[in-house]
Design a protein around this ligand. Structure first.
Ligand code: 1HN
Length: 375
């Protein structure tokens, strides 16, 4: 007679027990039927907290920028490759070209007079301009001029191409929800018949229309972060200018004194995140300022726009300066500080987690103890 403990020992074993032909036959038949008994699955499916495969990581501008420049000299942007892009490849993801499990992040560059060909796809994208002048991204016929610090949206399904009309190179950060759309088995891609789609009318029409309709800069961002309902429609405004962002952060810093002031960019029609899948924000650490240690479910990628400082992520210190990019994976504890002040752009997947009711965040009671330094 077997006790309850004996029974559990048998049934939690990874394979059939010796001398139990009936049980052995059951396991064989289960496997042959394309099934797996839950009680033999040893990998932990329900972890107490998220266990992202992506690890905290940083890519330095001093490495990214020269490589991008060499690529401008050696690799043409043409049909086929479509984009001159170096993807942030998180070492935890087994070679997949993703910054984190849900997010694509990359540096993209265009040399003088180059065009990255027009196409469209179901993943949505955002561009955050790091350096250079002269490029516009045309989104469904609307040519959006790009300048450092600007955020430009190319919502899923929108035709888009990038054209450099100037004599210098330009560098920007690309963020896409590509891994999410891939996980949903919903990728569609289509090249446009022409290299550049036709530009309709003047440049920056979404911006002009927004202002002409009485839209204010204040309605394009909110202090803190959006936690309202998801809007399945992307923002009708395609460009968020650095001048407006800077002005709002300056105003917030005076109003509430810091040490950290943050805005999240919003769809001015609905107050939702800029894309249904992606949240974009800008964070200003005032000189000597630090943020509270926080963990959040969902992944984030940060781009240092101005200044320098450091972040402690899961106990490791990451020192950064302008143009660097780093990843805070889901549920990693993160806190940021800067002696001289800094502006950080952030990209995150929180709109999806919030819409699905699985978003969580918590502030840690104490600053983290630093046990190592990333380099
Ligand atoms: C894409 O379309 C762009 O349009 C950039 O600039 C990066 C990465 C993967 C798939 C499509 C762009 C991309 C991308």
């Amino acid at each position: 007679m077997s006790t309850l403990d004996d029974t559990q020992a048998q049934t939690t074993a990874a394979g059939p027990a010796d001398g139990e032909p009936e049980l052995a036959a059951l396991y064989e038949d289960i496997a042959a039927a394309g099934l797996r008994p839950l009680w033999t699955i040893t990998e932990q499916l329900l972890t107490p907290t998220p266990r992202p495969r992506a690890v905290p990581w940083l890519w330095r501008s001093s490495v990214l920028r020269p490589l991008a420049e060499r690529a401008i000299g050696l690799v043409p942007v043409e049909r086929g490759g479509e984009r001159r892009v170096l993807s942030l490849t998180n070492p935890g993801l087994g070679g997949r070209p993703y910054a984190a499990g849900t997010l694509w992040g990359a540096i993209q560059c265009l040399g003088p007079r180059e065009t990255a060909p027009a196409h469209r796809h179901t993943p949505g994208a955002i561009r955050f301009v790091i350096e250079g002048e002269g490029v516009w991204t045309t989104v469904n016929g609307d040519a959006c001029d790009m300048h450092p610090g600007d955020l430009v949206l190319t919502p899923g399904g929108a035709w888009h191409d990038h054209a450099n009309g100037g004599d210098g190179s330009m560098f920007w950060f690309d963020g896409l929800d590509l891994p999410m759309v891939e996980a949903l088995d919903a990728i569609f891609f289509e090249p446009h018949p022409e290299l550049r789609q036709p530009v309709e009318g003047e440049h920056n029409r979404s911006e002009t229309a927004y202002v002409a309709g009485g839209g204010t800069a204040g309605a394009t961002m909110t202090s803190g972060s959006v936690d309202g309902p998801l809007d399945a429609a992307p923002s009708p405004l395609l460009v968020y200018r650095w001048s407006a962002t800077d002005e709002e952060l300056t105003r917030l810093a005076v109003e509430d004194g810091g040490p950290l002031v943050s805005v999240e960019f919003t769809n001015p029609h609905s107050g939702a995140s800029v894309l249904p899948t992606l949240a974009c924000g800008m964070h200003r650490l005032l000189p000597g300022g630090s943020s509270a240690p926080v963990r959040r479910s969902g992944n984030s990628v940060y781009v240092v726009f101005r200044g320098e400082g450091s972040s402690v992520i899961d106990g490791r210190r990451f020192d950064w300066s302008a143009g660097d990019m780093f990843v805070v994976p889901s549920w990693s504890a993160a806190e940021h500080r800067s002696a001289a002040g800094a502006d950080l752009f952030s990209l995150g997947d929180a709109p999806v987690l919030r819409a699905l009711g699985v978003y969580r965040e918590e502030t840690l009671p104490e600053p983290q103890v630093v046990t190592g330094v990333f380099d």
